[in-house]
Design a protein around this ligand. Structure first.
Ligand code: ZN
Length: 167
């Protein structure tokens, strides 16, 4: 590759990096998460493992599901770690995933709330809650929809992929 082409390739790479976080402003996200990270204190954690993981991955703990811990890295990466095997780590840069993590995380860190994206035109009503944002637990309690985390919308995987996996 000639030098000129290389510069062009870098420019294109820079341009397509944007859609990876097409719903969220990466600079703002970086700023907010980097401000929240140093405020974490071990005494605030009911689960010491969650604090340990936040330090290990330099990422904000968002919550845990039945099988995984979910953390948000300042660069917008969503990190999920197996609850039983902390070596099993999955990293995602999918825009919709990030959007739901922000909606979920905003309940814990209000500073994340302004980062939650507006519903994009290609979105559809969430298939689980039908756009209400809430769901009913097995015990009959109203809870935040586990699919969309209260976003109310979802992006079909094919559509999200077309715009997120260009890089
Ligand atoms: Zn939903």
């Amino acid at each position: 590759m000639s030098c000129h082409l290389r510069v062009l390739a870098l420019a294109i790479e820079g341009a397509v990096r944007v859609p990876v976080m097409k719903y969220v402003n990466p600079k703002k996200l970086n700023l907010v998460v980097n401000e929240l990270l140093p405020e974490l204190s071990p005494s605030d954690f009911v689960d010491a493992e969650e604090y340990r993981l936040s330090q290990k991955f330099t990422a904000l703990p968002i919550g845990s599901g039945s099988f995984s811990y979910f953390l948000l890295h300042p660069d917008g990466e969503v990190i999920s770690i197996d609850c039983l095997d902390s070596e099993e780590v999955e990293r995602s840069r999918e825009s919709y995933r990030l959007s739901t993590i922000l909606a979920w995380g905003a309940e814990r860190y209000p500073a994340l709330a302004p980062l939650i994206p507006e519903r994009p035109p290609e979105a559809e009503d969430c298939p689980l809650c039908g756009g209400s944002g809430t769901d009913v637990s097995v015990a009959g309690d109203e809870m935040t929809c586990v699919w969309c985390s209260g976003l109310r919308w979802a992006v079909a995987e094919g559509k999200a992929k077309a715009t997120t996996e260009e890089s």
